[in-house]
Design a protein around this ligand. Sequence first.
Ligand code: GAR
Length: 212
Amino acid sequence: MQRPPVKIAVFVSGGGTNLQALIDAQKSGIITHGKIELVVSNKPNAYALERAKNNSIETVVINNKDYSDKREFEAELKKTLKAHEIELIVLAGFMCILTADFTNAYKNRILNVHPSLIPSFCGEGFYGLRVHKAALDYGVKVTGATVHFVNEIPDGGKIILQKAVSVQETDTPEILQRRVMEQAEWHILPEACEIVSKEIYEKGDAYEHIQN
Ligand code: GAR
């Protein structure tokens, strides 16, 4: 018996160009085994929320600053995910580090896109433009993006896809960031999302198996 597409929640904090790539991939048939059911932002003014609304995707803001500790924040995240029967979480520019308690509850069910070739320029403190600045300061000639499973080690989970991107001599962090997004992130994130959704779909491995 066929099951419905895997229910996906996308976690965001900012502009949401990766969320847009996921939405576009769903529309164009690159993602078929999963469906974005929910967009969760920890920032009330994230532009990503507008992108979700423009595509009639339900949104929820869970502001980490409203909680006295991470446990309470993550308890609220879990409650929301449970209410929507979410089976797969995609971190698309989500700028909060999740604890082991959370990542263990969704083992092999959380993906993240990181704007470098892991294990370079990753881990705590490496996010957004800082990653590209560090790559330029080091003088690397090739950088790229990585999609990986999320575990308790920041940027430490198993790699699903990577794509290399050339660095140009005249690059600024902003120019490099844009090239890495255009040439790598916006392609490998939807692809990885489909690969993992298909696996969950075919295993018939549904929501009930996730520990909460
Ligand atoms: C992306 O470049 C993403 O890889 C990065 O933040 C940007 C979000 O852009 N994520 C990290 O650095 C996580 N460590 P977006 O909001 O336009 O998708």
